[in-house]
Design a protein around this ligand. Structure first.
Ligand code: BV8
Ligand code: ZN
Length: 249
């Protein structure tokens, strides 16, 4: 099957923790995913925060520090290049890090309008009671064990979606709008265990309408069975090569 030219393709990219692995950010389920023997899926919950907010903040502050030290890897950069060649492009990332936002190719970044963070942004701190929130990309404004809201003095929490919480309406709306405008000619699923039903659903919409589905992951996932191409290996080496070949085809 000859691939449709990128310049006239609708492209959806879905990424997970695996695309940031080669930037040194531990994945959730791989080695290093656990933190002090805590299971992230148990710590990234509202109940864990209620039970021990200081411990949860310690975890998020350590992750923020790790992400500030990390740099985007060639897979993040290749995605910016791909977006520049695509007719239409949207990135849906499950990652709460800012490596997709910081990735630069040819002096370009992915514009916010082409990036959806479905599980939130680890650098956002938001109030547990009022609608106060702030972004703290360079350093945490407040080093108290539990930072408090300057408006109403309630505890602040990380601006991420915890297990058991519903997905942000605005992000869902952006996904519905993009997918509602027609099928994707090319869907890329990079570095995710695809455990969430909505991820599999969004990943397979395009292939159901005859589009390509490319999975890049050393391991199989629930998306593998629907993939038209499976690249079994690390994203930072395989994906830039794939983009270069597709760009020149
Ligand atoms: C929802 C932010 C309904 C936080 C994250 C009550 C309690 C517990 C669960 C539930 C509950 N109520 C409902 C649930 C269901 C739950 C669920 O589905 N659980 C699953 C596990 C069964 N879901 C939810 O709670 C979600 N909410 O469904 O609301 C709804 C649905 C639709 C519309 C409206 C409402 C909310 C879940 C959000 C949780 N928050 N993150 C934080 O980060 O601290 S999820 C978190 O884990 C990450 O964001 C990420 O998304 C996820 C891990 O997934 P991956 O990114 O795939 O990472 P993982 O480590 O699993 O895999 C890495 C992959 O990379 C592997 O495949 C590996 O092979 C590969 N890899 C490794 N190295 C490389 C590589 N690939 C390429 N190159 C490499 N070098
Ligand atoms: Zn407040």
């Amino acid at each position: 099957m000859t691939a449709k030219p990128l310049s006239s393709s609708r492209v959806l990219a879905i990424t997970g923790a695996g695309i940031s692995a080669e930037s040194g950010i531990p994945t959730f389920r791989g080695p290093g995913g656990y933190w002090r023997n805590f299971d992230p899926a148990k710590l990234a919950t509202e109940s864990a925060f209620r039970a021990n907010p200081a411990l949860v903040w310690e975890w998020y502050r350590e992750r923020r520090a790790g992400i500030r030290r990390a740099t985007p890897n060639p897979a993040h950069v290749a995605l910016v290049e791909l977006a520049s060649h695509a007719g239409e492009f949207l990135l849906l990332t499950q990652n709460v890090d800012d490596l997709h936002a910081r990735a630069e190719w040819n002096g370009q970044h992915l514009p916010d309008a082409q990036r959806v963070q479905i599980h939130g942004d680890i650098f956002v701190s938001r109030c547990t009671r009022c609608d106060y929130q702030r972004r703290e990309v360079t350093a945490d404004a407040d080093s108290a064990p539990i930072p408090c809201c300057p408006e109403c003095s309630s505890a602040l929490r990380p601006g991420v979606v915890w297990f058991g919480e519903s997905l942000p309406c605005a992000a869902l709306g952006r996904m519905d709008e993009f997918l509602g405008r027609g099928p994707c000619d090319l869907t890329l699923v990079i570095g995710t265990s695809a455990l969430f039903g909505y991820i599999v659903d969004w990943a397979t919409r395009g292939v159901d309408a005859g589009g390509e589905l490319i999975e890049i992951n050393p391991e199989p996932s629930p998306v593998s069975a629907f993939a038209t191409t499976r690249l079994r290996g690390a994203a930072a080496s395989l994906f830039p090569r794939w983009v270069a070949e597709r760009r020149d085809s």
